[in-house]
Write a protein that binds this ligand. Structure first.
Ligand SMILES: [Zn+2]
Length: 421
């Protein structure tokens, strides 16, 4: 009896063992295969090719002989034969925006309603604009893609790069001003700040009724998501330029030491740290930063001494957070010079040039695009996309926006009517 009992146990153990063995094989079979180095490279090559970086794509495909690698290589080689070169200083169109309105009910009924309606666009308007701009074959290029600074000892000169795009595609520079989430905007239906979420993505905080929400509540995360979905909207991964002042801090962080009381100093130092981490992530994500002056001063009207004081503050309080930049974006679009090329006899230009700026952007919506290349500078004119420009398109006095999108289809007339009530 005991023998039979033992025999039964060993049979059971054997069956169990066999079961576990088979199970293990099955588990092995169904466990997802780790992607090979080549398949990772193939995915990266596909993205690089989508973003017009054909040389990088071909390098990634080197030594790969799979069917998909060969197909991609052939398609790149035939695309490369038909590329159009963009290298004239005046052919780069440039659109710029301010912070986007998250809640029109708040913004258009606030005490700053008129200003918001004139200088800003809502998120639904922006989404429609970007969709149409993309469908009209524009591709985001960075100012740093277009302009190259060549240093020869102390002398630095600028030259224009050859941007190559497939026939029909057109380069477009994008910028956003005053991404500070200024104190005066609090409670008016705008995002509170930019931050890095747990997936490493740039997102906004938006506070509504005391509740903090996370989402794509401004231009940077919206463009990020758009490019994720449509990689071919971005040239080599570039997205745009963010122009920053400093008096209310940057990116929603109150990081200005000079504006901070002694009591607030520890909080200001924490803000600087946080802002630096966010700024680094934003740069890694395809964006560049520009000076928009520290105090949003008028560069045309301000005397040189004020410009010097202001820039010293920017260098002290903003540059350590966002990094040194060679791009200066005029507050109010007010240029330090006229339309003739800058020269050293212009003391304001000379000072800014010595401070390392060699790309200057003003505002001029009278032409589709404007640019000027000197030995030591590149100037580019931007077109403001806002309520004023919408209105001039609707009444036909300036139709410059029509090359990018259809104002009638994007404007949110219903919400904008709130302003007059
Ligand atoms: Zn501004």
């Amino acid at each position: 009896m005991k023998k039979l009992y033992l025999g039964l146990i060993s049979v059971l153990v054997l069956i169990f063992g066999a079961f576990m063995f088979i199970r293990q094989i099955q588990v092995k079979k169904t466990a997802p295969a780790k992607p090979s180095a080549n398949s990772i490279k193939l995915v990266a090559a596909k993205k690089a090719a989508d973003q017009y970086d054909y040389e990088r794509a071909l390098t990634l495909l080197k030594g790969q002989s799979s069917k998909s690698a060969t197909t991609l290589r052939n398609s790149i080689n035939s695309t490369k034969k038909e590329l159009v070169t963009w290298n004239k200083p005046d052919q780069f169109r440039h659109l710029f925006f301010h912070s986007l309105i998250v809640d029109p009910q708040k913004a258009f009924k606030s005490k700053s309603a008129r200003g918001y309606a004139d200088y800003m666009v809502t998120i639904p308007e922006f989404n429609k604009i970007i969709d149409q701009v993309y469908k009209n074959n524009y591709v985001l290029v960075g100012l740093q893609d277009i302009i190259q600074t060549d240093k020869d000892g102390k002398k630095s000169t600028v030259s224009i790069n050859n941007i190559k795009l497939p026939k029909g595609k057109k380069p477009l520079i994008l910028s956003q001003d005053d991404v500070s989430y200024y104190k005066y905007m609090k409670g008016d239906g705008f995002a509170k700040d930019l931050f890095i979420d747990k997936n490493g993505e740039i997102k906004n905080h938006y506070v509504d009724g005391g509740k903090s929400q996370v989402g794509n509540y401004d231009l940077i995360p919206i463009i990020d998501q758009f490019v994720k979905k449509h990689p071919d909207f971005s040239y080599h991964g570039s997205k745009g330029t963010i122009a920053l002042t400093g008096y209310n801090g940057v990116l929603g962080y109150r990081s200005s030491i000079s504006q901070s009381s002694k009591k607030d100093l520890p909080a200001t130092k924490t803000a600087i740290k946080k802002a630096t981490t966010v700024a680094n992530a934003i740069k890694k994500d395809g964006w560049t930063f520009a000076s928009h002056s520290w105090g949003h001063i008028n560069m045309k009207e301000s005397p040189l001494s004020d410009i010097q004081k202001d820039n010293t503050l920017w260098m002290k309080e903003v540059a350590p957070i966002v990094g040194k930049t060679n791009i200066f974006i005029d507050p109010f679009g007010a240029d330090v010079g006229g339309s003739e090329p800058y020269s050293e006899s212009n003391a304001k230009y000379k000072y800014l040039s010595q401070q390392g700026f060699n790309i200057f952007c003003n505002v001029d919506a009278s032409k589709p695009s404007w640019g000027q290349l000197g030995d030591k500078f590149y100037r580019n004119a931007r077109i403001n996309v806002d309520g004023i420009r919408f209105q001039s398109d609707l009444d036909g006095s300036d139709t410059v926006l029509r090359q990018f999108f259809n104002t009638k289809q994007v404007i949110d007339q219903k919400d904008r009517k709130l302003v007059h009530k």
